[in-house]
Design a protein around this ligand. Structure first.
Ligand code: SIN
Ligand code: MN
Length: 213
């Protein structure tokens, strides 16, 4: 990115019905606070997939542990999952209301996947389909910019749209886009504002598990 790109406005954009990108939703102070919260959660681990592969992102879960391909109350080692804080649910409701421009008082996320991407990490095209609720997924990005690929509900291939998610950006997918395939083909190392104090990229997705507490 050269300096002139930073001056170009990035408007709110509906990518497909139900999928909305809201650039710069978190201001720098809110981003720093969220990075600090992410540092406080312990136990970022690369997830082992049943296929035998190991994910390149490192993940910590709140509320419920995502184990491919289900949710559990305990982590792989049997320890309890860290709680999903009330302030994060409030943030999710505000995010959804701003993205969809409607009240979101009935949105009650109870699970977060916090993913850390180092310079080499990426995420293949997949659906978020282990939740039993059709409620939207709220995604918040911090640190390095990434290329986020948002596709269709049928398969991993085209049509899809590549979007840059930068630090502070919000992305919501629900409704007709809730089960769309999506992934992160790459991050752009070194693009984070040094004042954020984060090397690499963090992404939080807030979801409604649909599971009984
Ligand atoms: C995810 O699909 O769960 C993560 C997306 C992202 O890192 O932006
Ligand atoms: Mn996902």
């Amino acid at each position: 990115m050269d300096s002139s790109d930073a001056l170009l406005p990035r408007p709110r954009r509906e990518i497909v019905p139900g999928a909305v990108h809201v650039p710069d939703w978190l201001d720098p102070a809110q981003q720093r606070a969220l990075v600090e919260a992410c540092r406080g959660w312990r136990g970022y681990r690369a997830t082992r997939l049943p296929s035998g592969g190991v994910m390149s992102v490192r993940t910590v879960c709140l509320g419920w542990q995502w184990l491919p391909y289900r949710y559990s109350r305990t982590r792989e080692d049997g320890s309890p999952v860290q709680p999903f804080p009330g302030w994060l649910a409030d943030l999710g409701r505000r995010a959804l209301a701003d993205a969809y421009r409607r009240p979101a008082v009935d949105y009650h996320p109870d699970v977060a996947l916090v993913n850390y991407y180092d310079d080499a990490a990426k995420m293949g095209m997949h659906q978020d389909k282990d939740e039993r609720s059709p409620d939207p997924v709220v995604s918040l990005s911090l640190g390095d910019t990434c290329v986020f690929r948002f596709g269709n509900t049928e398969h991993r291939n085209r049509p899809y749209t590549d979007i840059e998610l930068r630090s502070g950006d919000l992305f919501v997918f629900g409704g007709a886009a809730r089960l769309a395939f999506h992934g992160v083909p790459k991050t752009l190392p070194g693009t984070a504002d040094p004042e954020l104090g984060l090397t690499g990229r963090l992404n939080l997705t807030l979801r409604v598990s649909g599971l009984a507490a």
